[in-house]
Design a binder for this molecule. Structure first.
Ligand code: ZN
Length: 297
C-alpha cells in the first residue's frame, strides 16, 4: 500500500511537472510573441502631451528613433524616458519643423541628454536665443544636418518618411509667417500613412493640394495642423487627406483658444475620430503594417 501510494504520488508529480512545463513553455512563447509584436514588427508613433506645443516620437520596426519637434520645455525628456528602451540613448534623426518656441525648446534639452545622429530642418533664418543655442549645440557636437526639401525620402528599414515641404531650399531665408516654413512629412509603413504638417497653414495646404496627387496626401492618421487652429485644417485639404484619425497636439486652456471650433466641426463632418492631447494625454498609434490602433481605439 505504502509503496503503491508512493508510486502514485510520484506519477502524479511527474504528470504535474510535465503540465507545468507545457504551461511555462506556452507562457514563454506568448511573452516572446508580445515582445516581437511590440518591438520587431511594430511601428510606434507617439504624440506626446507636452502642453501647448508639438513633440512626435517615432520608433520604427528597425528600432530607429525619430523625434519631430520637442515641445515648449524639458518635459519631453520624461516622455522619451518612458517611451524609449532604457538602454537606448541614441536618436537617429531629429526633425525641427520650424523654430517657434513651442516646437523647439525641448529639443535643446534632448541634444544635451541624447546622442543625436542627424538633424533635418528648413534652415530658415529666425531670431531667437533658443534657435541660436540649438544650432550652436549641433555645430559643437558635429551632428550632420540636412536642409529639408520636397522630394527627399528618409529610409527607415521598411518604413519611410517622404518630405513634402518646403517646396524650395529655405536656407538662410526669412519668412513673414514662420509657420509656413514648417517641414511637412508623410510617414509610411505597410498599408499605413501618417501626415505630419507641423504648424503649416492654409497657404501651404493649398500648395500641397496643387503639387501632389491625393495618393501622396491620403493618410490614415493626420496630426492636425497648427494645434487645430482655423488658420490650418481647411476642409478641402482635410477631405483629400481623408484620415480616419486626427490628433490635435494642444495645451489645456491655451491663450490661442486652440483648437478652433471650426476645425473640430470639419473633423466631425468628415467622420474623423479625433484625439486631443489636452484631454487624452499622450496619444500612441501602433501599426504592424496591416492593423492600426491608436490608444484604446
Ligand atoms: Zn506651434
Amino acid at each position: 500500500m505504502n509503496i503503491l501510494g508512493r508510486e502514485m504520488k510520484i506519477t502524479l508529480n511527474k504528470k504535474f511537472s510535465a503540465a507545468s512545463l507545457l504551461i511555462l513553455a506556452a507562457i514563454n512563447i506568448f511573452i516572446w510573441r508580445s515582445v516581437l509584436a511590440t518591438q520587431a514588427d511594430t511601428l510606434h508613433v507617439h504624440f506626446f502631451d507636452v502642453g501647448q506645443g508639438d513633440a512626435v516620437y517615432i520608433r520604427t520596426p528597425a528600432k530607429q528613433d525619430i523625434l519631430i519637434d520637442g515641445g515648449p520645455d524639458s518635459n519631453v525628456l520624461a516622455k522619451l524616458g518612458q517611451a524609449m528602451p532604457f538602454y537606448d540613448r541614441k536618436i537617429e534623426l531629429m526633425i525641427l519643423t520650424h523654430p517657434h518656441a513651442d516646437h523647439m525648446e525641448g529639443l535643446v534639452d534632448v541634444l544635451q541628454r541624447y546622442e543625436v545622429e542627424q538633424v533635418l530642418y528648413s534652415g530658415i533664418k529666425y531670431k531667437s536665443a533658443t534657435y541660436a543655442e540649438w544650432q550652436k549645440l549641433i555645430a559643437s557636437k558635429n551632428i550632420s544636418t540636412k536642409i529639408a526639401l520636397t522630394g527627399q525620402t528618409v529610409k527607415l528599414g521598411q518604413a519611410k518618411i517622404d518630405i513634402l515641404f518646403p517646396d524650395h531650399n529655405m536656407k538662410d531665408e526669412t519668412i513673414k509667417n514662420l509657420n509656413n516654413s514648417s517641414v511637412v512629412g508623410r510617414l509610411n509603413f505597410g498599408q499605413h500613412s501618417f501626415l505630419l504638417t507641423g504648424d503649416a497653414e492654409q497657404e501651404v495646404e493649398k500648395s500641397l493640394l496643387n503639387k501632389y496627387s491625393s495618393d501622396m496626401l491620403k493618410s490614415n492618421v493626420f496630426k492636425a495642423g497648427h494645434h487645430g487652429s482655423d488658420t490650418s485644417n481647411t476642409k478641402d485639404f482635410v477631405a483629400v487627406v481623408n484620415p480616419g484619425i486626427a490628433v490635435i497636439s494642444v495645451g489645456e486652456d491655451n491663450k490661442y483658444k486652440h483648437p478652433a471650433e471650426s476645425t473640430l466641426q470639419t473633423f466631425a463632418d468628415l467622420s474623423i475620430k479625433t484625439f486631443r492631447t489636452d484631454q487624452d494625454g499622450d496619444v500612441e498609434c501602433r501599426s504592424d503594417g496591416e492593423r492600426l490602433e491608436c490608444n484604446k481605439d
